[in-house]
Design a protein around this ligand. Structure first.
Ligand SMILES: N[C@@H](CCC(=O)N[C@@H](CS)C(=O)NCC(=O)O)C(=O)O
Length: 256
C-alpha cells in the first residue's frame, strides 16, 4: 500500500505514526502541498476527492482521511494496542473524537500569523491565488464537485484568516486545546494503560505541534503529560514518523 503524504502535514503525521506504531509496512509518495499544490492535481483528486493528504491506497484498501487510517492501524495492531480492550475502548474513542473536533489548522495558522506578521498578508494571498487557479481549471476538471468544495473551503479559510482579532482567535484555539488536554487521564505509562492506543497517537502528534508552534506552556503543568510525551518521543516509531517538533521552513522550500 502507498501512503500519500506531506512531511509538514499534521494529519500525515498521524497517519505515519499510526502505521509505524502498528508495525505496518507501506510505500510512500511525498506530495508537495505548498508550492506545486499536488493535492489539487486531477490525478490525485481521482485518488482522494477530499484533495487533502494523507491518503492510503493499495490492494483492497482506500482510505482518504487520517482518522480512517488511524482506525485501520488500530485494527491491524489488534491486541498490541489498547483500542479493543472493553474497559478502555469507549474512552479511547472519545479521546480520538475530541481531538478531531479541534481545528489544529486554525491554531497553527493563527499562531504563525501572530508570530510572523508578514504571514498575515501572505497566507490570504496564497489562498486567493490557489482559488483563482482552481476556478480556472473548473470547466475541465474531472471532478468539478470536489473542486467546488475545495474553493468553498479556501474561501472560508480566507475569511477566518482576515476577519476578527488575531489575538482573540488564538486565545479561543488555545482554550479549546487546554480544555481537551485537561480531559486526558494520567498516563500509566500510556494514556489508557500498559499498551499504545489511537489516543496516544493523536495526542503525541498534537503535543508535537504545540511544541513546534511554541505553545508548550499549554501542557507544561499537566501532571504526567510532559513525561509521557518524552517517552513517546523516545520511541523508534516517533523518529521514523518524522513528527515535527520544530518548524522547518527550509524543508518546505526544498520540498523534502
Ligand atoms: N480530515 C482530514 C484533513 C486532512 C487535511 O486537512 N490535510 C491537510 C494537510 S495537514 C491538507 O491536505 N491541506 C491541503 C489543502 O487543504 O489544500 C484528515 O484527517 O485526513
Amino acid at each position: 500500500m502507498i501512503l500519500y503524504h506531506a512531511p509538514s502535514s499534521y494529519y500525515s503525521m498521524i497517519a505515519r505514526l499510526a502505521l509505524l506504531e502498528a508495525g505496518l509496512a507501506f510505500d510512500q509518495q511525498m506530495m508537495d502541498i505548498h508550492f506545486a499544490q499536488q493535492q489539487n492535481a486531477s490525478w490525485y483528486v481521482a485518488i482522494n476527492p477530499n484533495m487533502t493528504v494523507p491518503c492510503l491506497a493499495g490492494e483492497g484498501i482506500h482510505l482518504t482521511d487520517s482518522r480512517d487510517i488511524l482506525q485501520f492501524a488500530a485494527q491491524s495492531a489488534g491486541a498490541t494496542w489498547m483500542d479493543g480492550e472493553p474497559s478502555a475502548a469507549a474512552l479511547i474513542a472519545a479521546t480520538v473524537e475530541g481531538h478531531y473536533r479541534m481545528s489544529i489548522e486554525s491554531l497553527t495558522f493563527t499562531r504563525l500569523m501572530n508570530r510572523i506578521w508578514p504571514l498575515r498578508v501572505l497566507f490570504p494571498r496564497a489562498l486567493a491565488r490557489i482559488n483563482r487557479k482552481l476556478q480556472a481549471g473548473l470547466s475541465s476538471a474531472s471532478d468539478p464537485e470536489a473542486v467546488r468544495g475545495k474553493i468553498a473551503l479556501n474561501t472560508e479559510r480566507m475569511a477566518y484568516f482576515t476577519q476578527g482579532d488575531l489575538r482573540q482567535k488564538l486565545q479561543v484555539q488555545r482554550d479549546r486545546v487546554v480544555a481537551y488536554l485537561r480531559t486526558l487521564p494520567a498516563p500509566q505509562p500510556f494514556l489508557f494503560g500498559e499498551r499504545m492506543s489511537s489516543a496516544d497517537v493523536v495526542v503525541a502528534v498534537l503535543l508535537g505541534r504545540l511544541r513546534m508552534i511554541g505553545e508548550e506552556a499549554l501542557f507544561a503543568d499537566l501532571a504526567g503529560l510532559g513525561l509521557w510525551f518524552e517517552m513517546m518521543q523516545s520511541r523508534d516509531a516517533f523518529a521514523r514518523a518524522d513528527i515535527w517538533v520544530r518548524f522547518q521552513p527550509l524543508r518546505i522550500f526544498l520540498r523534502r
